[in-house]
Design a binder for this molecule. Structure first.
Ligand code: FE2
Ligand code: FE2
Length: 177
């Protein structure tokens, strides 16, 4: 018997997704202040995506008639020693969220909650993409850390992470996808 109900665990993950969103706002603000607008907008968009993830989970709980908890906001880091540090943070964060998502998937299986398991499948795929995206960006930023305009050029040219995903679950309030 699992210790925690799936809805309770998913409410915790909603808090984690909002926290990830706030952390990416912190990174975006740092780059914006450094006049690195492409890095800033990359992280503003990631922040919006994490908020979408939270709102998809909110919609799921509404759909299955479970309670939704709106979490408190904790302050997040917006100062970094150098331009590589936020991307390193982002890669660690995505790896950690991946572990959280796999744990939720496992819980859904343990309690034989098939709707929950099906719902979590999209997030498993999403984390593979997000970890790969941040690993790619970290490679680029580390290679060009002494010539950051090259990173800006890369982002302008490749626009990584921009694709819409029509298979994304619906988000409360109509965002996401
Ligand atoms: Fe997320
Ligand atoms: Fe993410």
């Amino acid at each position: 018997m699992a210790e925690k109900s799936f809805p309770a665990a998913l409410n915790e993950q909603i808090a984690n997704e909002f926290a990830a969103s706030m952390q990416y706002v912190g990174a975006a603000v740092f780059y914006d202040a450094e006049t690195l607008p492409r890095l800033a907008s990359f992280f503003y968009r990631q922040a919006a995506e994490e908020r979408d993830h939270a709102m998809m989970m909110v919609q799921y709980l509404l759909d299955v008639d479970e309670e939704v908890e709106v979490p408190d906001i904790a302050s997040k880091q917006s100062r970094y020693d150098d331009a590589v540090a936020p991307v390193r943070m982002a890669l660690e964060q995505e790896k950690r969220v991946g572990e959280e998502i796999y744990a939720l998937f496992e819980l859904a299986r343990d309690v034989k909650d098939y709707r929950a398991e099906q719902f979590m499948q999209w997030f498993v795929k999403e984390q593979v993409e997000e970890v790969a995206l941040m690993q790619d960006l970290l490679n680029v930023v580390e290679r060009s850390k002494d010539n950051l305009p090259l990173v800006e050029d890369f982002l302008a040219r490749e626009d990584p992470g921009a694709e819409d995903d029509p298979t994304a679950p619906p988000a409360a309030g109509g965002g996401g996808g």
